[in-house]
Design a protein around this ligand. Structure first.
Ligand code: NAD
Length: 307
């Protein structure tokens, strides 16, 4: 497998993990970020990765956008959704005529944001169940099984995407090109709209939410609203599969604080716009009522303002 030139835009938890594992597998990876603490730690000590394969350090270049000059084969966007446009604008010079873009960010609207910077024929999107935590600057943890599904934004078959998926797979990040990746994106959005906003508003962990019958009922009811919107969009989402994933998380991810709760506690903006916000707007287009999602959207916005 010939090495792929990959730049990761947003080298936090996910960017560090994907970038680190791809670098370890022999690909030419460059991390791009704006966080001084992360940049200093990776420059000084390399990236410390801890996952099921063990703990090790990976030497990997990390740059601010304005320091980077290489136009990669793939630019993988791993900022939080609200930073995508600003990050891409500052990294516009890295998008050459051959550069392809991939977003594995949560939420809706990622492809549309990337399309302001490259033709749809060079954009891929996807859904990943890989979990990652940046436990300290330069130190990323992940564990457990995962699956990543990717597809070109225009639905076309693409040899470069197939090669990237195979490379991710070989690097320990199981990945397939899947024409139904958009269905997977929406099912994960249903999951995140429910659990992220409910945990954020109630300041409870996923297990805390699952401990009360009311919490479980509400989580499923909120997810059902997103699934109804997805069906109106013509997507073959599977309600049973989504509700089973939610039950699994409520039962087994006890101590987990979803990123939206972590962001609110740290007084940072959240990804509410690309989750509940996007569902409220899509529901409006279809004339569907999503009262719980809308209420949670307003409550998280209120909490963001208060913070
Ligand atoms: P994170 O906050 O850990 O990392 C985001 C990084 O982007 C930070 O290092 C930040 O400094 C950087 N950034 C911000 N503005 C930038 C700019 N202008 N230029 C360059 N870099 C910039 O977030 P994360 O947890 O890695 O999540 C990234 C995305 O992946 C989100 O959409 C999230 O929902 C999604 N996701 C996360 C997980 C997870 O387990 N962490 C799992 C699946 C999907």
């Amino acid at each position: 497998m010939s090495p792929i030139r990959i730049s990761i835009l947003g080298a936090g938890a996910m960017g560090s993990l994907f970038g680190g594992l791809m670098a370890e597998a022999g690909h030419a990876v460059e991390l791009i970020d704006v966080n001084p603490a992360q940049i200093a730690a990776v420059r000084e000590h390399g990236l410390l990765i801890r996952n099921d394969a063990g703990k090790r350090r990976v030497a990997i270049p990390i740059k601010r956008p304005e320091e980077a000059t290489r136009q990669p084969d793939w630019l993988i966007v791993f900022t939080k959704a609200m930073h995508t446009q600003g990050a891409l604008a500052a990294a516009r010079h890295l998008i050459g005529p051959q550069t392809r873009l991939l977003s594995l960010q949560n939420g809706l609207g990622n492809a549309e944001k990337l399309m302001a910077f490259a033709d749809a024929s060079r954009i891929a999107i996807g859904m990943t169940t890989v979990p990652a935590d940046l436990v300290a600057p330069g130190e990323v943890h992940s564990h457990g099984e995962s699956k990543t599904r990717v597809v070109m934004a225009d639905g076309s078959e693409n040899a470069a995407l197939a090669a990237l998926a195979a490379a991710l797979d070989a690097a320990g990040l199981p990945c397939t090109v899947d024409p139904d990746a958009v269905v997977a994106i929406w099912e994960k959005v249903a999951f995140n709209v429910a659990l992220n906003s409910l945990c954020a508003v109630t300041q409870r962990t996923v297990g805390g939410l699952g401990a009360a019958a009311e919490g479980r009922r509400l989580a499923h009811a909120v997810a059902s609203e997103t699934l109804a919107v997805a069906q109106a969009e013509g997507l073959a989402v599977l309600a049973e599969r989504t509700h089973a994933t939610i039950d699994h998380a409520l039962d087994h991810h006890g101590g987990h604080k979803p990123s939206m709760l972590q962001d609110l506690l740290a007084k940072r903006p959240t990804e509410i716009e690309t989750l509940n916000g996007a569902i409220v707007r899509a529901a409006e287009r279809h004339g569907i009522a999503v009262p719980r999602t809308e209420t949670l959207y307003a409550l998280v916005k209120l909490a963001e303002h208060a913070a």
